[in-house]
Design a protein around this ligand. Sequence first.
Ligand code: AMP
Ligand code: ZN
Length: 105
Amino acid sequence: MNDDCLFCTLYRDGDHVAAGDGFVAIRDINPQAPVHLLVIPEHHIDSLREIAEFSADENKRMLEFIAEVAAREKLTDYRVEVNVGPGAGQTVFHLHWHIKGGWKP
Ligand code: AMP
Ligand code: ZN
């Protein structure tokens, strides 16, 4: 828990769409798709660059949680994105996964 980190704070106190063991999903405040969720792990790392700090079990459970959240939101087709570094559009330096979907076929 990093008190200065927005997503550490939202992990603890945010309005969660779903919560699992060490992971939550929230709605993006500025959606870029009809459904735009963020999956946030409790374990703070600044970005995907530091993913070696996660155990194999954490990584497996994180990917499964992403798929579960998408299924719960009834997203059949969706996109999962991670921005790494400001040049790629990363603005919050706590690893998070964008789930975007809900487009009409
Ligand atoms: P990124 O640009 O990949 O770092 O993604 C950060 C995302 O967090 C952006 O899509 C923002 O719209 C979103 N965001 C920022 N503040 C909040 C907030 N308080 N609640 C929900 N989403 C937020
Ligand atoms: Zn954090």
